[in-house]
Design a binder for this molecule. Structure first.
Ligand SMILES: Cc1cc2nc3c(=O)[nH]c(=O)nc-3n(C[C@H](O)[C@H](O)[C@H](O)COP(=O)(O)OP(=O)(O)OC[C@H]3O[C@@H](n4cnc5c(N)ncnc54)[C@H](O)[C@@H]3O)c2cc1C
Length: 357
């Protein structure tokens, strides 16, 4: 959509290398996102539009798209399952971007297998006392509201925890392979006390909250991966029509044209899968869960292949730190791991296909 494209071309793309090098998205950019109203996009209920936004932001900077992803997952969960008090307090702040959300699921013991998590929430003075060691929280350095998953007597449960609650400790993570500017942190909760109205969904409903929030995250990452592939295609067509080797521009070599063809076809296919997933969300179709897995699987693996080819076609300059295609390559790898790795998508998609027989 033109509005999103011009926002990204004005605010994000010209500065994305600087964000990556500095390991952070500066406050003025976060404010520009607020001014544009994009933090609240998931709450507007138009998921095709949400997807188009996340594709464009992903075309510019996967770190910023990652911040939008986890923020949207938290906003969605609070909106759908939060108590009336939590919704009244947090939704306006999340929608405006005054408060950013952090999604605290992963632990050292629980990665792909989130059912293995060991964090606990025990009843305490009418509320809960939470102890947890959460890993790899995107935006964890700046998040003002944490969606924390912990085990109660009734099973996995979800809680909203203010980022400044006593007992919340953050350890920034630097030097990650990709999405380097997504301001990640490990987050520890030590005897952190929250009220009963912090529960998101009923006790024991954590897996449903995880499934719902991950569905939003997967959709966002799928669309962001389309953005990476589109950025690769744009970089490659520009480079290959300028760089002369063997007496002609690279674009005239048929082996190069084959790589460009694959990129051009796959980006369209991935975008269509994302639109299909978005439309199924807008219809409220339960099939959206698997449509989103398919879109995430195809779009993220496509982005990885396109980014590898983009580096290949740029030769040595594409390997230089600070060149956009080297960033696309590092960021694309992350897309195959977050929000359910490629192998987890394969398990879910195959299981669904076999059930349909
Ligand atoms: C940049 C980045 C940002 C992140 N942000 C967040 C965040 O905001 N919040 C959060 O909670 N977490 C976050 N994570 C963590 C992320 O969700 C996990 O890395 C992911 O779930 C995989 O878990 P793991 O790293 O422990 O890998 P593991 O689960 O140990 O998996 C390792 C490998 O084994 C494979 N594997 C695992 N199980 C199976 C199986 N059953 N069959 C076949 N293969 C399998 C996986 O596909 C993977 O290739 C982030 C991670 C990264 C890298």
């Amino acid at each position: 959509m033109t509005e999103f494209r011009s926002f990204v071309d004005r605010v994000v793309r010209p500065n994305a290398e600087d964000f990556d090098r500095a390991g952070e998205i500066p406050a003025w950019v976060l404010e520009e996102v607020s001014a544009a109203g994009y933090w609240g996009a998931v709450l507007d209920g138009d998921m095709v539009r949400f997807g188009a936004l996340h594709e464009e932001i992903g075309r510019g900077c996967s770190s910023l798209r990652s911040l939008l992803t986890v923020h949207s997952m938290v906003s969605y969960a609070v909106d759908r399952w939060g108590t009336a008090a939590a919704r009244e307090k947090w939704l306006p702040q999340l929608a405006s971007g005054r408060v950013l959300g952090g999604f605290c699921l992963t632990e050292a013991e629980a990665g792909s297998d989130c059912a293995a998590l060991v964090a606990t929430a025990v009843p305490h003075e009418g509320g809960y006392r939470i102890n947890a060691r959460k890993k790899w929280t995107t935006g964890g350095q700046i998040a003002g509201l944490l969606l924390v998953f912990a085990r109660t007597e009734r099973g996995l449960s979800a809680f909203v925890v203010p980022g400044d609650a006593p007992g919340v400790k953050r350890t920034p993570i630097g030097d990650v392979l990709g999405t380097r500017a997504s301001m990640m942190a490990d987050i520890e909760l030590v005897d952190c006390e929250v009220g009963a109205d912090s529960l998101v969904g009923a006790e024991g409903m954590g897996l449903a909250v995880i499934t719902g929030a991950l569905d939003i995250g997967r959709y966002s990452v799928a669309c962001g991966s389309v953005g990476i592939t589109q950025a690769c295609l744009e970089a490659v067509t520009a480079h290959c029509t300028e760089r002369v080797q063997g007496g002609s521009v690279l674009a005239e070599h048929q082996l190069v044209q084959k790589m460009i063809t694959e990129m051009a076809v796959n980006v369209r296919a991935a975008r269509l899968l994302c639109v299909e997933a978005g439309e199924s969300k807008d219809r409220g179709d339960p099939e959206t869960i698997i449509a989103t897995c398919v879109a995430k699987y195809f779009a993220s693996t496509t982005a990885m292949r396109a980014a590898g080819d983009a580096v290949q076609l740029h030769g040595a300059v594409g390997c230089a730190d600070g060149h956009p295609v080297s960033r696309y390559f590092r960021d694309a790898k992350v897309m195959e791991i977050i929000e359910g790795s490629t192998q987890i998508q394969e398990l879910l998609i195959a299981r669904d296909a076999l059930r349909g027989r």
